[in-house]
Write a protein that binds this ligand. Structure first.
Ligand code: FE
Ligand code: FE
Ligand code: MG
Length: 166
């Protein structure tokens, strides 16, 4: 536990319990995002399926890294991460799409929508911590940048797909 860090957050006027809850929810989102990508990367079929599978595998790794970074901050704030898929689903804001349709376009649409949800989550966390908790703020902005890249990467494949189908 980072006692001094907790003290600084309290002095900034932030409610530590509320901040921890936001981080636990983001952690749950990241665990589910990891699973959604990792599993999804195994199933695409058809045009551009290899491109999509490669991108999804890369994104899975990045979502796992986000979960790691958030877990570190939760522990510094004296709390623990939500454990197990039931707790993740319970705490998550963005949830988890089951990639039941192996069609490239269907997978793209699911994951673009998940990235847009993630962007909202980190924009909210950045706004909440701005000028108050520098460490969480920096983390939120760093992850926000990466979720924005994820959305763009998937949109690029979707555009290629649409051009090919035209
Ligand atoms: Fe993420
Ligand atoms: Fe992402
Ligand atoms: Mg990428």
């Amino acid at each position: 536990m980072g006692q001094k860090s907790i003290e600084i957050v309290k002095q900034s006027g932030l409610n530590v319990k509320e901040l921890v809850e936001k981080l636990q929810s983001a952690y749950a989102d990241e665990c589910l995002a990891y699973i959604q990508y990792w599993e999804g990367a195994r199933i695409p079929v058809g045009i551009l399926s290899k491109n999509l599978a490669d991108e999804m595998t890369e994104h899975a790794t990045e979502e796992l890294e986000h979960a790691n970074l958030i877990a570190k901050r939760i522990m510094e704030l004296g709390a623990t991460v939500p454990v197990g898929p039931k707790a993740w689903l319970n705490k998550s804001t963005c949830g988890c799409f089951e990639p039941l349709d192996s069609n490239v376009m269907a997978l793209l649409e699911q994951n673009i929508s998940s990235e847009r949800c993630a962007i909202d989550v980190y924009k909210d966390l950045a706004d909440y911590t701005r000028g108050k908790d520098d460490i969480t703020y920096k983390l939120a902005v760093k992850i926000l940048e990466e979720e924005t890249e994820h959305e763009q990467d998937l949109e690029d494949i979707k555009n290629d797909m649409e051009t090919m189908l035209d």
